[in-house]
Ligand binder design. Structure first.
Ligand SMILES: *Cc1c(COP(=O)(O)O)cnc(C)c1O
Length: 368
């Protein structure tokens, strides 16, 4: 069937990669779509909507306050702006000028990742200065404590598969250090599935994507201390205006969170696992590869189909990845480990018919 993108002359995409901004992140539920159409076709007082959606989101995270945002990047910007200015409109209107404010944000070197843009650039956007501490593969508590001074505005922790997964100071310790110095701790939990964990651990602000795990429209939110989420909202009268979120996205986010938290997680995970088994079965027996199952490197409860390319194969894993992307449909895999010969297929974004199309293309590539 031709869908809207093909009618516009674009290639069909099979996403076996994950929640990738480069491919459109996720697909929304029908109910979320209906909600967005109704919201988009009517008027509302936007300040009241921002407050109300924030209020309605609080029970899902256990936080006292929530500020809805255009995406996680905006959530990071507004969180950091909020801890610098508090609810002082004069200071809000001056951002990114932070003259006289505490404006340094401490972040571990192994957390200074590029998720499509550098996370440290979001810190700079609002006039703060990222203070990168430790080394790329090793950070000690002493590095964090040693960087704290009277210009420190916050500590930031990035929870992501993009980060170095060893040698970093734990979130527990980061929270202890922050609170021991009377500083807020901000977590970037963009793609995380657990909406309560970091608030329960004591993080002051947590930034989530509304489109990744939650499968809502392009959106995000900051949850946490109400004084700080209120300050973040005030930035919509300042630098946050350039990060405006639409009324339909706010209502779509709320609906998507309701659907996401209401679903039977065990059944959902079993279904994803079944898709992985289906992929394994479809690819097993093709020449030059070993097929199996792997679990998420960042500890989430996600299994994936794993393909190890044997040394007998005339093509490298990187060449196979490139050949998969090159066709129509274009097939995108999870290719962070293709340089060492392993390709992953993620079940979450797989749509009906995709497994068969992937197997057919792999057969063509491998049998030459
Ligand atoms: C995806 C991602 C972001 C950015 O999220 P957007 O909603 O696209 O702005 C930030 N941090 C991490 C760790 C991410 O994975």
């Amino acid at each position: 069937m031709e869908i809207i993108y093909q009618k516009a002359g674009l290639r069909r995409v099979i996403n076996a990669s994950g929640r990738m901004t480069a491919l459109g992140v996720s697909t929304i539920h029908d109910e979320t779509g209906k909600t967005m159409v109704e919201a988009a076709q009517n008027y509302v007082v936007i300040d009241e909507l921002i407050d109300r959606v924030g209020e309605l989101l609080c029970p899902f995270t256990g936080a006292d306050g929530t500020c809805v945002t255009a995406n996680t990047s905006a959530a990071i910007c507004l969180s950091i702006a909020a801890v610098m200015t508090g609810s002082n409109l004069d200071l809000v209107e001056k951002i990114p000028d932070t003259t006289g404010l505490k404006n340094q944000v401490i972040i571990q070197k192994g957390h200074c990742v590029n998720y499509g843009a550098p996370v440290t650039q979001m810190i700079r956007t609002v006039g703060a200065i990222p203070v990168e501490v430790g080394c790329a593969n090793k950070v000690d508590k002493a590095n964090i404590i040693g960087a704290i001074n009277d210009k420190t505005a916050a500590l930031m922790y990035v929870k992501s598969h993009h980060c170095v997964q060893k040698g970093m100071v734990s979130l527990e310790d980061m929270i202890k250090i922050a609170h021991g110095h009377d500083l807020p701790l901000i977590v970037d939990a963009s793609a995380e599935e657990d909406l309560k964990k970091y608030i329960a651990m004591g993080a002051d602000l947590v930034c989530y994507s509304g489109a990744k795990a939650i499968e809502g429209p392009t959106s995000g939110f900051i949850c946490g201390r109400k004084d700080l989420t209120d300050a973040a909202k005030l930035h919509y009268k300042g630098i946050g205006r350039s990060m405006k979120i639409g009324k339909e996205s706010m209502m779509g986010l709320l609906k998507a969170v309701e659907i996401y938290t209401g679903r039977d997680m065990a059944a959902h995970e079993a279904q994803l696992n079944a898709t992985v088994d289906q992929m394994i079965q479809a690819l097993t027996g093709l020449p030059h590869i070993q097929v199996g199952k792997s679990w998420d490197e960042a500890g989430r409860n996600i299994s994936r189909c794993r393909v190890d390319v044997e040394s007998s194969c005339p093509l490298t894993a990187l060449e196979i990845v490139a050949a998969l992307k090159d066709g129509d449909p274009a097939i995108y895999t999870r290719d962070h480990f293709a340089n060492v010969g392993t390709i992953f297929f993620d079940p979450r974004p797989i749509l009906p018919g995709d497994v068969e199309a992937i197997a057919e293309k792999m057969k063509k590539i491998l049998e030459g």
